[in-house]
Design a protein around this ligand. Structure first.
Ligand SMILES: Cc1cc2nc3c(=O)[nH]c(=O)nc-3n(C[C@H](O)[C@H](O)[C@H](O)COP(=O)(O)OP(=O)(O)OC[C@H]3O[C@@H](n4cnc5c(N)ncnc54)[C@H](O)[C@@H]3O)c2cc1C
Length: 380
C-alpha cells in the first residue's frame, strides 16, 4: 500500500497482536476485506509463552484453526505449585474453573483444559491465514477520526486510510482508546522476564507436561509486595521449557536493554539458596532474557464511537495472573464477527458487540485483580 496516499478498505484494524490478527482472520474468513496496520516491522515482537483455555480454543475452531493450533500447542496436565527455594511440590491440581475464581458464569462449569505455546508461533499461524495484501507492518497510527459514514486513520509514514469500520486493537497503551477517554496506562511495578531452555535439563522424574509455578515470596517481602516467582511451561512439542520470571516490586531493570537483560542483574534477585534446577534453566537458556513491563489501565467505559471500536487490551487490559487477556481478545474477535454477520458493517454491530462483551470482561478483570500473583488452589 503506497504512502502519502488515501486507501479505502472495508475494515481497518490497528495493531497486529492477538486481538487484531484473530479479528482479521475471522472477518476475512467471513468475506470481509479486513486489513491489519501494525506499527512494528514484524509480528510477535514481544515473545514468551501464552496459555489459552478450552473456551477460547472452541472459538478458534470456528475459523478452522483447531488443527493448526493443536499442532503448535502443548496440552497441560494442570498446575503444579513448588517452592522456589527447595523445589518441593506443594500442590498439583487441574486449572480451576473461572467460576471458582469469582467469575459468575454457569456456562463454564468444571475445570479448564489449558494449552501452552509460544506467542510468535501463534501469531505466525494467524498471519498465515490472512491474505498478505491485507497485512501492513511499519504502520504506526498517529490520528483517528470518525463520522456517521465511516472512519479515517492516519499513519506516521504519511498513509491515510478510509474504512467503513476502524477497530483499535493497539494494546494496553492504545492510542485509539484516547478517542474515548483520558485514561493512561500506569506501570504496575511488576515485570516479567522471559527466556527458553531445553527440556533435556529436566530430571527424568519431572515430565515437561504441566505448568509449574515456583513460589518465591520467601525471597521477597510480602508486606512490601516484593516477590520473585517463576513460571515454567512446555512449548514446541514439549522439547523446550518457556520460563517467565516474575519480578514484583524492587528493581524493575528499567536501565537495561529490554531485549537482552544481563543474567547477573537477573540472578542478583535470587539468593544462592534458590532451587538449583531453576538456576540451571536460566543459566543454560537458549534465547536472550527479555523483559516485559506490566501496565494497569481500567476497563474502558466506552468502547464504541460511531464507526470506531476498541478490543483486546485496548479495551480491557488485565493482570496476567489468570492467563485470560489473550483468551478474551479471541472472544472479542468471535463476537465482532458474529455481530457484523447480523448487523453488517454498521455502528449498531459495534454497539451490539460491546453490550455483550463489556459486562463479561469486567468480571474477568476483577477476578484477575483478586488473584494477585500467586495462584490459589480451587475453592471447593
Ligand atoms: C507477561 C504476560 C503474560 C501473559 N500471559 C497470558 C496468558 O497466558 N494467557 C492469556 O490469555 N493472556 C496472557 N497475557 C495477556 C495477553 O498477552 C494480552 O491480553 C494480549 O496479548 C492482548 O492482545 P492485543 O492484541 O489486545 O494487544 P497486544 O498483544 O498488546 O497487541 C497490540 C499490537 O498493537 C500494536 N500497536 C500499538 N500501538 C500501535 C500504533 N499506534 N499503531 C499501530 N500498531 C500499534 C503493537 O505493536 C502490538 O503488536 C499475558 C500478558 C503478559 C504481559
Amino acid at each position: 500500500m503506497p504512502s502519502n496516499d488515501v486507501a479505502n478498505v472495508e475494515v481497518a484494524i490497528i495493531g497486529g497482536g492477538i486481538g487484531g490478527l484473530t479479528t482479521a482472520v475471522a472477518l476475512n474468513k467471513a468475506g470481509i476485506d479486513a486489513h491489519i496496520f501494525e506499527q512494528a516491522e514484524q509480528y510477535g515482537e514481544v515473545g514468551g509463552h501464552l496459555t489459552i483455555d478450552t473456551a477460547a480454543i472452541v472459538v478458534l475452531g470456528r475459523w478452522d484453526l483447531d488443527a493448526p493450533f493443536r499442532a503448535l500447542a502443548c496440552e497441560l496436565d494442570g498446575l503444579e505449585i513448588r517452592t522456589l527455594r527447595s523445589g518441593n511440590v506443594l500442590a498439583h491440581f487441574p486449572h480451576p474453573d473461572l467460576g471458582a475464581l469469582g467469575v459468575n458464569d454457569s456456562s463454564r462449569a468444571g475445570s479448564r483444559v489449558v494449552h501452552a505455546f509460544l506467542r510468535t508461533d501463534f501469531l505466525k499461524m494467524l498471519t498465515d491465514q490472512i491474505p498478505s495484501r491485507n497485512l501492513h507492518t511499519g504502520h504506526k497510527l498517529t490520528a483517528l477520526s470518525g463520522d456517521g459514514e465511516g472512519a479515517s486513520a492516519r499513519f506516521e509514514n504519511g498513509l491515510e486510510v478510509r474504512a467503513s469500520i476502524i477497530l483499535g486493537a493497539d494494546g494496553v497503551r492504545s492510542l485509539a482508546r484516547s478517542m474515548f477517554d483520558n485514561s493512561q496506562a500506569a506501570p504496575a511495578n511488576w515485570s516479567v522476564l522471559r527466556t527458553l531452555c531445553s527440556a533435556d535439563l529436566l530430571p527424568d522424574d519431572m515430565p515437561n507436561d504441566r505448568m509449574r509455578f515456583w513460589d518465591g515470596w520467601e525471597f521477597g517481602d510480602k508486606e512490601k509486595q516484593i516477590g520473585t516467582h517463576a513460571l515454567t511451561v512446555p512449548v514446541r512439542e514439549a522439547k523446550f521449557v518457556s520460563i517467565d520470571l516474575q519480578f514484583v516490586g524492587g528493581d524493575q531493570l528499567q536501565d537495561c536493554d529490554p531485549w537482552d537483560i544481563p543474567v547477573d542483574r537477573v540472578m542478583a534477585r535470587y539468593p544462592e539458596t534458590m532451587d538449583p534446577l531453576v538456576r540451571t534453566m536460566i543459566e543454560k537458556r537458549v534465547e536472550p532474557i527479555t523483559v516485559h513491563a506490566i501496565f494497569d489501565r481500567p476497563v474502558a467505559e466506552k468502547w464504541v464511537d460511531r464507526r470506531i471500536a476498541i478490543l483486546g487490551d485496548a479495551a480491557h487490559s488485565m493482570r496476567p495472573s489468570l492467563g485470560q487477556g489473550a483468551c478474551q481478545s479471541i472472544h472479542d474477535a468471535g463476537e465482532l464477527a458474529k455481530s457484523f454477520a447480523e448487523h453488517g458493517l454498521t455502528s449498531e454491530a459495534l454497539e451490539a458487540y460491546a453490550d455483550v462483551r463489556k459486562p463479561y470482561v469486567k468480571m474477568i478483570v476483577e477476578a484477575a485483580k483478586n488473584q494477585s500473583v500467586s495462584p490459589k488452589a480451587p475453592v471447593k
